[in-house]
Design a protein around this ligand. Sequence first.
Ligand SMILES: Cc1cc2nc3c(=O)[nH]c(=O)nc-3n(C[C@H](O)[C@H](O)[C@H](O)COP(=O)(O)OP(=O)(O)OC[C@H]3O[C@@H](n4cnc5c(N)ncnc54)[C@H](O)[C@@H]3O)c2cc1C
Length: 538
Amino acid sequence: MTNAAFAEDHDFSIRARDNQARLTAGLQRHYDFIVCGAGASGSVVARRLAENPDVQVLLLEAGGSDEADAVLNPALWPTNLGGERDWGFQAEPNPHLNGRQLSLSMGKVLGGGSSINVMVWARGHRSDWDFFAAESGDPAWGYENVLDIYRRIENWQGTPDPQYRGTGGPVWVQPAADPSPVARAMLDAAGEIGIPSFEHPNGRMMEGEGGAAISDMLVRDGRRHSLYRAYLRPWLDRPNLTLLTGALVRRIVLDRRRAAGVEFLHNGEVTTVGARVEVVLSLGAVQTPKVLMHSGIGDREELGRVGIPVLQHLPGVGRNFQDHVSFGCTWEYAEPIAPRNSGSEATLYWKSRPELDAPDLLFCQVEFPVPSDRTAARGAPAHGWTMFAGLARPASRGRLRLGSADPLAAVAIEADFLSDPADMTTARTCVELCRALGNAPAFRPFVRGEAMPGDLKGDALDLYIRDAAVTYWHQSCTAKMGRDRMSVVDATLKVYGVIGLRVADASVMPRVTTGNTQAPCAIIGERAAGMIRREHGA
Ligand SMILES: Cc1cc2nc3c(=O)[nH]c(=O)nc-3n(C[C@H](O)[C@H](O)[C@H](O)COP(=O)(O)OP(=O)(O)OC[C@H]3O[C@@H](n4cnc5c(N)ncnc54)[C@H](O)[C@@H]3O)c2cc1C
């Protein structure tokens, strides 16, 4: 950043802070729109709605400021895990993971996951978006339209590619700058085992059978460029956008079938604010279904179990939980190599079976050892790299269950990774492919050898897979868009049976997208805001 740009940013920060201090001190009784959650999708929705100076938008966020080195320095992302900016969710013990209980981190800070994640920008595969279109019955969710939106929102910094990449949007996307030699080695190793490499991962590569590429990242001037920073922060000096942090949404206030407002906890007090037009839930795939259920919107039996009166029976709320599960395979460096950028700079998608229509395996290279709680005991090297070798199209489905009728009670997350036997079959192929890649000649100049798993077969390999499984932190699909009885929202993201209530976050995905999920969440935010503005002439 130049000195002039730095001074301008400093002036803006003061203006924005003073503006928000004024707006939050005089909180109104009603706003036109209340957006709940300033995460990946919510940041987009609130900004786009507030672009119309004639509407008043209130944005409620439980977390606080992102002004911290742990957020802004790309290398420090792991230091947020388990800390104050992490909701710290724990899955229930899982018999398919040898009884293990996984940590399922999610961001509790302005920007949500996009402020604590690994900054990889991955658009999703053509087949994902065409599936969204088929499930919702709206072709506008299909790949061609979504590609147009990506071109419009990106400010692409790599080699120009106008067919796929745009340069005029708010989201600064750049190829990982000056990547580590092990990231380049991964592309060479892919070539050695017959997997093609691409100039960037977000164009042609996501239309076919997959490939390898240096990752696209949301990093600008050496700092994290979260979706909050891309969309929301530049709008905080506006008079029609009020951002209240430290505000924990408890439930939607329903007036018969209409979402009339939101009840939240702020500074120890329960407050209710009214919505004149709509409420949008963007609380992420755990808290959105939780808040829906506490508002009386969910499965009749599940709500009855904890004594919440049912206002709208929707059996799909909290069901269809999906995530990418990954199995770390690790190689020891011959000499230590310092991680660069976020420490994850190369990515690879491939198919476990040739007849598939799209990749079902997802690999992100991590430039330091990342054993699981269980595989750590097998002896991770002091210096090395790990492949996050994961399932891009898991068949297993989990669910969320309320602990009690108290909105502050924890929700039980039955993630159920590897509960579908098909996932174990794919996992074996995934680990085999990963080992072929990591043991390819291209890595030899950099590694002493494979640290784990080694050449395991049969039960020993299965044991390793169940012990190594961890989350990719792509929790999603718990209030899915669609038209069957388990769908929670329609193609316009409106909650079935309720007026003035939409969901816009990873919950609405009918199926988890093939890659990392923040870019698809930006699309969900853009589509939601676009549909709301069109419907209300806003
Ligand atoms: C450690 C980690 C690494 C990841 N790495 C990547 C990556 O490299 N690339 C990628 O694409 N994706 C990555 N992801 C996933 C990605 O960040 C998420 O998929 C994405 O942020 C989800 O967006 P969302 O809008 O659904 O929810 P979130 O971004 O989680 O936003 C939800 C927001 O709502 C707030 N909130 C929740 N409950 C309440 C409440 N009751 N009241 C008020 N506010 C509330 C939260 O604090 C949060 O700000 C990662 C995630 C994590 C956690």
